[in-house]
Design a protein around this ligand. Sequence first.
Ligand code: ATR
Length: 268
Amino acid sequence: MTDRYAVIGNPIAHSKSPQIHAAFAKQTNQDISYEAVLAPLDGFEATVRELIKQGYKGANVTVPFKFEAYDACHQHTERAFVAGAVNTLSFNGGHIAGDNTDGVGLVNDIKDNLKHALGDARILLLGAGGAAQGVLLPLLNALPASITIANRTLEKAQRIAKKSSSATIVSANTFEALQGQFDVIINATSAGLSDSALPISNSIFAKSCLAYDMMYGRETPFMAQAKTAGAQVADGLGMLVEQAAEAFYIWRNVRPQTAPVIKLLRSA
Ligand code: ATR
């Protein structure tokens, strides 16, 4: 019997996840279905209950439900716990297990696809919202030299830096007060959505810096600035595919190849 999965969000119509998981399933000969499910803004839990009732095996969760998904779980992985958010649910009877594959997706994209080292790197994480918090532990696990979290609202950056319990290498700052250079700069702010530039200087991009925007679909002002500053620039499409691959692995215990799927989405 075909095992059923879904991605839950609002809005959800433009999600690429069904296409990604269909490609993984075909590639690995897994008999699954995967569809996009629109949950009402006040109806996330009811939607999850309905999927469980219908026998679904799991679901991905996207904006704006990742925090509610965390609360709905009976059990969390460490990376979900540190993120305080869940993007992958596994259903076993009425039991719900939660994981967060966003951070490992980012790390795998940077290391495996973009061939950029994170070990010993000076990392700058721009933003201190859910997206930034979601990737912090996997970035720390990649053993960088340092992680600086810079945010418009300094207190939020300080709060998540403190939560990471690696005070020796994680610090918080404002954009304006940033000093020195960074080998990897990750934009986890939502400034790109409103086409806003960030008040950062071109001088913070080290030689051979990787500038990574977690958004995809168009060039953000951050990406344009990074290009001008001579950095290698990447958008978040690879991360999207890699976080999906990790979810697929959690559910199916099979690792799909991501490169052909990234290529497929780029050409679409
Ligand atoms: P997400 O889940 O996408 O991280 P969020 O939790 O609302 O969304 O966080 C958005 C992040 O983008 C925050 O770090 C926010 O900065 P503040 O904490 O100061 O609000 C940042 N952000 C949004 N618009 C921005 C802008 N125009 N310039 C700089 N930072 C911006």
